[in-house]
Design a protein around this ligand. Structure first.
Ligand code: FAD
Length: 476
């Protein structure tokens, strides 16, 4: 029997399972998809928000500010790229300037440091491509950027290295009470017994809670569409730039990503399901709004578009508590933005304040929170590269030309926790296929490497699990 089962392999489940492995507990994480980081944690803005948006006194405000202060060391330990680039909320009218003052004071009440209102001249020095009708901005020096799926993969991988188990393709769809705990069933009929369940099922967190008998909240979806520009335009902006928010939310942003691309979006559209299609209307709106904020946006460098669905709760705040209706069920539900930023703080709180009230926590003296060093082969010096190639020739063979990713890095991603078994899984771990040609050149090579390393026929390699087969048979 497990001590704790975490449902949902997103950034929140990842932060919690890693935190759990700091103690002598028997723990696992279950995920319905064929890989982790397949929900909200795959497709979002990647912003480490400063913390001026959320209403004072809410869970969102508390965990945002705490998470922001923890992110540099959290990502650092996990070998994940993070940059403290600062964010700017730009006002285009005098009334918007008034809103910025309110945001500044809200931020200060939330405990955010280094918030400044700057004038147009200063703004232009920081970001020369802002439209000339901008009148000023709120400058939040603690704002940052991080790669959301890398952070999720690394936290779950680190938890696995420290003894946690991961069950993929495990969609929880039935639950039975069992003495002090639960029997948790997957759609495929597998069963796991556990003392505690932590529900981090994102968009499905309301449904999963109902399976246990707690129907005290609902979770809905709000889709956001994005446009991604090639790294060639990477210096178009260096800070994260927001419009002044309205009652509808933060609106469209223009930002650099940690990998040096430019990201524009997201829209906000209510949806019933996890539908992640993009639309002409949505992407046109992103283009129009980005152009209102910045001059000559280099749309000619667009390499892809995508969307993600935010999981918002009808409580209008993060739900992070032991269920009032079901003992030993901890709901960490409705974690929309700023959930990525808040993840390290939520992980710590859930284990230290909630799990500790149910189980005795004894420190795991063997816990090692440091994962692989933050390097991509291409960033090494020629001497370092030569040394690695002399030990493993596969690092001397470039597979993804756009991102300059070697066979050695791909093989590492296939064998390291949590193992990449699909083409998109490799892409999210080492960026093979993330560049200008979007996998046009390297996808077949990556598929061959996966087939060889996993010892499976190439016809069984999928793009992203389930029926997403790349090859179905021979034509000749
Ligand atoms: C468009 C968009 C932009 C955002 N921008 C930002 C930002 O810039 N900064 C920020 O801080 N936050 C941002 N967020 C919010 C952030 O992405 C989320 O708060 C965070 O990813 C939530 O993580 P999670 O683990 O709760 O959910 P998810 O990542 O959705 O993970 C839940 C997991 O549970 C799995 N699951 C569901 N049902 C079951 C089941 N029955 N059995 C097993 N597994 C199941 C899913 O497959 C999924 O992998 C944004 C979100 C979106 C969508």
């Amino acid at each position: 029997m497990f001590d704790v089962v975490v449902i949902g392999g997103g950034v929140i489940g990842g932060a919690i399972i890693r935190e759990l492995t700091k103690y002598n507990l028997n723990v696992c994480i279950v995920e319905k998809e064929s890989d982790v980081a397949m929900g909200q944690s795959k497709a979002n803005s990647g912003i480490v928000h400063a913390g001026y948006d959320a209403k004072v006194g809410t869970n969102k405000a508390k965990f945002n500010v705490l998470g922001n202060s923890m992110m540099a060391s959290y990502a650092g330990d996990l070998g994940v790229k993070y940059r403290n680039n600062g964010s700017l909320v730009v006002a285009f009218s005098e009334s918007e300037l008034e809103t910025l003052k309110e945001l500044k004071s809200r931020g200060e009440n939330n405990g955010v440091s280094d918030l400044y209102i700057i004038d147009r001249e200063e703004l232009n020095k920081l970001e020369p491509n802002i439209q000339s009708n901008a009148v000023g901005a709120l400058y939040a020096k603690t704002g940052g950027i991080v790669c959301p799926y890398e952070l999720t993969i690394a936290s779950i991988g680190n938890a696995m290295d420290n003894g946690a188990k991961l069950y993929l393709n495990f969609e929880v769809d039935k639950v039975e009470k069992l003495g002090g705990g639960f029997k948790v069933y997957s759609k495929n009929g597998e069963v796991i017994e556990t003392k505690i369940v932590i529900n981090c099922a994102g968009l499905n967190s309301g449904k999963v809670s109902k399976l246990f008998g707690d129907d005290s909240f609902e979770v809905g979806g709000r889709k956001g569409e994005y446009i991604l520009l090639d790294r060639e335009s990477g210096d178009f902006v260096s800070h994260t730039i927001f419009k002044t928010p309205t009652e509808k939310g933060k609106g469209i942003l223009v930002t650099q990503t940690v990998d040096g691309n430019i990201l524009l979006g997201p829209t906000a559209e209510l949806v019933d399901s996890g539908d992640t299609s993009t639309s002409e209307n949505g992407l046109s709106f992103v283009q129009k709004t980005a152009s209102e904020m910045c001059k000559n946006v280099p749309f000619y460098n667009t390499i892809t578009s995508f969307s993600g669905v935010r999981a918002y709760s009808d409580k209008h705040d993060f739900i992070i508590e032991e269920s009032k209706l079901v003992k030993n069920l901890i709901n960490v539900a409705g974690i929309e933005s700023p959930g990525l930023t808040s993840a390290p703080a939520i992980g710590k709180y859930v284990v230290e304040e909630l799990v500790s009230k149910i189980l005795t926590l004894n420190i795991n003296k063997n816990f090692n929170g440091v994962r692989k060093p933050d390097y991509f082969f291409k960033n090494l010096t020629i001497e370092e590269k030569n040394e690695i190639i002399s030990k493993d020739k596969r690092y001397g063979k470039i597979v993804c030309r756009c991102e300059e990713i070697t066979e050695g890095e791909i093989v590492r991603a296939i064998h390291e926790n949590p193992k990449a078994t699909t083409v998109d899984g490799v892409k999210r771990r080492v960026r093979a296929g993330m560049g200008r040609c979007q996998g046009g050149f390297c996808q077949p090579h990556v598929a061959e490497i996966i087939a060889r390393e996993l010892n499976i026929p190439i016809t069984e390699v999928t793009k992203s699990g389930n029926e997403s087969k790349l090859l179905v048979g021979k034509t000749k």
